[in-house]
Design a protein around this ligand. Structure first.
Ligand SMILES: CC(C)(CNC(=O)c1ccc(Oc2ccccc2)cc1)c1ccc2c(N)nc(N)nc2n1
Length: 325
């Protein structure tokens, strides 16, 4: 490897490290100006020497000309939505129905319900090739170029896996506050909440706009992957994490409803300290055999329920109407 290639490797490593500190650790070690300076240097060198560009280079994130519209994508395996419950009695009913149907003890996995936009990511032989919105569960929109700009989403997987994973794209509270502050200074309409800001940012036709919105992702499920080795949801989360994909660290395996209630109480209290918005807790049956035995209704699985937090008082702010066409 010659000196120039070594310099490029160092630049990419630094930029990826700074992104990780900013997005995953929520603790940037350099100002945005330093990040932008290094990125501009990397873009300049790669523009002069295109043969030295690598698929995982941070410059490969903001590609593509603005689109005229979004292509439709059909989900091979439908993306399901969540049944909602609002109190402990309804959660106990869910647990009773599940235990009656499977006729044995049940373990659950509790996860935070991230207040973002459901997405599907497809990697073919380790390369990120397709990103889509959930849409109506069967048909979504192709937002691949916009999702490529999300710094916490790896463009390549370590061992060339072919998988389709599902999760939530969200805007961290810090990014949401900075975005609305900048909009206020420019006299532009404000976003009402991080979820609307994430949706508006992902529905931009120009990926360069999305790239400046500082979005992030957590993944929590998968459609297509080599299932035989994985028998539980908890193992699936570890598998997704081993692929280098961001999985929310607060998830917990619970062996009783008592532990589920403890988890809900803990995160109801911790909610305001999280660096991202959540609107509930998802409780999933851990065993995949039990999930299959329980099956799905048309729209949502019978092996999973979402406990929704009581709605917060509505704060009347301008709703940002982001026209992306
Ligand atoms: C679990 C799933 C419903 C996603 N999963 C799917 O959509 C899904 C749908 C068919 C599948 O098909 C299968 C294929 C083969 C075997 C079994 C299932 C797999 C996953 C879901 C939906 C929303 C969630 C949310 N907002 N927050 C969290 N924390 N978790 C969530 N989990």
């Amino acid at each position: 490897m010659n000196e120039r290639e070594q310099h490029l490797r160092d630049l990419r490593a630094k930029l990826n490290q700074y992104s990780y500190q900013y997005y995953v650790e929520d603790n940037p070690s350099v100002p945005d100006s330093e990040y932008d300076r290094l990125m501009n240097e990397l873009i300049a060198i790669e523009t002069e020497h295109p043969e030295l560009v690598t698929p995982d280079s941070p410059t490969q994130r903001v590609g593509g000309e603005p689109l005229k519209g979004f292509e439709k994508v059909t989900h091979e395996i439908p993306m399901l939505s969540l049944g909602d419950v609002f109190n402990e009695a309804e959660l106990l009913d869910f647990d009773r129905r599940v235990r009656q149907a499977v006729g044995e003890e049940v373990a659950y996995v509790c996860e935070l319900k991230i207040d973002g936009l459901a997405i599907s990511l497809t990697y073919e032989a380790g390369a990120f090739v397709l990103g889509a919105t959930r849409g109506d569960g069967t048909t979504g929109e192709n937002i691949t170029n916009n999702l490529r700009t999300v710094r916490t989403l790896p463009l390549t997987l370590p061992n060339g896996e072919t998988v389709e994973v599902r999760g939530e794209c969200y805007m961290p509270k810090r990014s949401f506050d900075a975005l609305n502050k900048a909009r206020q200074e420019k006299g532009e309409p404000l976003f009402a909440n991080p979820r609307n800001a994430a949706a508006g940012s992902l529905r931009q036709l120009d990926p360069k706009v999305t790239a400046h919105r500082r979005l992030s992702v957590f993944l929590y499920s998968a459609g297509r992957f080599d299932r035989e080795k994985i028998t539980s949801h908890w193992e699936l989360l570890q598998y997704i994490r081993k692929l280098g994909l961001p999985v929310n660290p607060e998830s917990r395996r619970c062996t009783s409803m008592h532990e589920v209630f403890d988890y809900i109480k803990e995160y109801t209290e911790k909610r305001d300290q999280l660096s991202y918005g959540i609107d509930g807790i998802v409780v999933k049956v851990d065993s995949m055999a039990q999930q299959a035995a329980l099956g799905n209704t048309v729209k949502s699985p019978k092996w999973m329920i979402a406990y929704k937090f009581p709605a917060e008082e509505v704060v009347s702010t301008l709703e940002a109407i982001e026209i992306s066409v």
